[in-house]
Design a protein around this ligand. Structure first.
Ligand SMILES: *Cc1c(COP(=O)(O)O)cnc(C)c1O
Length: 358
């Protein structure tokens, strides 16, 4: 059995030393020393002003929507994980879907512009599989129409464009540190922003809306990360360069072996790939289903990610127009990619796909 993903588990001895120390301090949550240490190290590593760790990436998104007091509708991408849309509905916001670009798989700036109306208060864009959105055009659009620009950066840990972190873009970004993500804290996430006031609002909202430990009437929630999770993050962060290297090796072999038979996402210029996922695009859904079945017979798991296109499930509009997203989501398939995938396992995957295709 070869799973589509496997969480990175750091040295157990090292993690146990952290747990021993947590047992001594008896500080297991509420902004303990490891959480503070993790936030400081991430701030430095990601080269951003504020990193506020949360209990997961979905709550990071939701906290951003609350902090900006969004209302009405929000323009977002139909090609993303369910959480990008479900967190909007949790805040009573109506998603308006702008279709994606067929090559980069990111939200199309021109489709955003044609969907802007008086009821729109923000743009929520996903850096799909870590590929940076058209940052310049999105920023211009947000300024021109006075909209909040929020990035779902769940896949974009460590990605830079022209040597600058893309996490500093827009008004705020949400990261996910779920076990299946490139960098993880078991469950977890973070809000990233360069704005001091936004950071302060997020910190208040994620802790019940308390100010000076007293109720303030703000609609706060509980989104704290605990010390066991923060300690896991510290251990995984120690190994992050090895994680990147292993993933890159695997990803490059997929491209080399399968490049003539399937297509790959087009990467944004002068940006690095963080090798979060290994999505391949088939010519048709029939081809995908045939390969998926053959792989599954060999005990290889893959994942139809993202499928289905979110406009088909979160929108009640009769005339759905996100044709590109709907088409891609029927043909895209993520292959196993994680540091412990062995070379012989990858050979099985590649050979099975080639046999099914030819
Ligand atoms: C994983 C993911 C999320 C949700 O993050 P959680 O930490 O699992 O809550 C949101 N958006 C995208 C694009 C994701 O991949």
């Amino acid at each position: 059995m070869i799973p589509v993903t496997q969480p990175y588990l750091p040295c157990l001895k090292k993690y146990k030393r952290y747990i021993d120390s947590i047992y001594v301090s008896k500080m297991i949550t509420n902004r303990g020393q490891y959480l503070v240490e993790l936030e400081n190290r991430l701030k430095e590593y990601l080269d951003v002003k504020h990193v506020i760790c949360t209990s997961n990436g979905s709550l990071a998104l939701q906290l951003i929507f609350k902090a900006f007091e969004l209302s009405g509708s929000v323009i977002t991408t139909p090609f993303s994980f369910a959480a990008t849309s479900s967190t909007l509905s949790w805040e009573g916001l109506k998603p308006v879907y702008a279709d994606i670009e067929s090559k980069t798989l990111n939200i199309s700036p021109s489709k955003i512009e044609s969907n802007i109306s008086n009821s729109v208060s923000a743009i929520v864009a996903t850096h799909v599989y870590g590929n940076p959105c058209d940052l310049r055009k999105l920023s211009l659009l947000a300024k021109k129409h006075q909209l909040r620009l929020i990035y779902d950066a769940a896949h974009a840990f460590g990605v830079q464009k022209d040597g600058v972190s893309i996490l500093a873009e827009g008004h705020a970004s949400a990261l996910s540190f779920h076990a299946t993500k490139l960098f993880h804290t078991i469950e977890g996430g973070a809000v990233v922003t360069n704005d001091d006031d936004t950071a302060q609002s997020i910190r208040t909202l994620m802790n019940f809306g308390l100010t000076n430990q007293m109720a303030s009437g703000l609609p706060g929630t509980n989104a704290k990360m605990n010390e066991f999770e923060a300690a896991m993050g510290l251990c995984v962060l120690d190994d992050i360069e090895i994680i990147f290297e292993k993933r890159m090796e695997i990803w490059e072999r997929y491209v080399l072996s399968l490049g003539d038979y399937v297509s790959f996402q087009q990467w944004e210029e002068s940006s690095d790939n963080n090798y979060s996922y290994a999505p391949i695009i088939f010519k048709s859904e029939t081809e995908l289903l045939c390969v998926q079945k053959t792989l599954s017979d060999m005990g290889v798991q893959g994942r139809r990610y993202f499928y289905p296109s979110l406009d088909t499930v979160y929108s009640s509009e009769e005339a759905l127009s996100c044709n590109v997203s709907q088409d891609i989501s029927r043909r895209i398939f993520c292959l196993p990619l994680y540091p412990t995938l062995t070379s012989s396992q990858q050979s099985i995957i590649i050979n099975t796909i080639l046999e099914a295709l030819v």
